[in-house]
Every structure is written in structure tokens, then in C-alpha cells.
Design a protein around this ligand. Sequence first.
Ligand SMILES: [Zn+2]
Length: 121
Amino acid sequence: MSSPAIQFGKDPKRVNIDDDPTDPKKLVVDNHEFWVSKKNKEVAEWFCKRNHNHGANPPCFTVKFDKAMGSPFESVSFSSDNNGHASSDKINVEPDDSKIYEYRVQAPGKDDLDPGGGVRQ
Ligand SMILES: [Zn+2]
């Protein structure tokens, strides 16, 4: 057994989205690179942590894998529910520790944010 090239965090498939405290037009995420395991059939999860009523004007955010690399999942976009939560669907690509799928986080009145994610074994 060879050791993995990348050290993965405790819960790397989870991404929390919040307001940028320094700029009202911007969002921040606490995880700029999620990792989901194909073998374990993991899904990526996004959570809105903004201090507002998530259900008042849904969706809080939409995640879109519409950049050059496309989507590692069956769907291209995922929107949050009334609890400010979104999950990806099934992984649709082969695992590759060197591939980062850049995506967009879009929310009304906010600039797009462009974090990324990848698929591991
Ligand atoms: Zn929200």
C-alpha cells in the first residue's frame, strides 16, 4: 500500500457558505476544495451559514459546475432547500487526486465565488 499523495481533512466533503464579513457583496466558504470518495459513494454537501431566514426567499444559493472541467456529478447544478442545504448527486467521473473541478457558488446580490472539488478513490 502506498500512502496517499494528498492528506484529506476530517470531513472534506462539507462546505459551509457564509457572508464575507469584510464585503457585503461577497461570500466566503470554509472549504475551498471538497473531496468525495467514489468507492464510498459520498456526496458533497453545502450549508448556508448566513444569518438570515433560509426559507424566506429560496434558494439561498445555487452551486454550478459549468466551468471548463464540467461536473464530477450526474447533475450540473444544485440549489439549496428551505434549510439552506444542498447535496450533490452521484459521482459521474473516475477518481483522480490531481483533478480539481472548479465550480460557482451563486447567491442573489452576491458576487460569484469559485471554489473547487475533487473525486478520490
Ligand atoms: Zn441561507
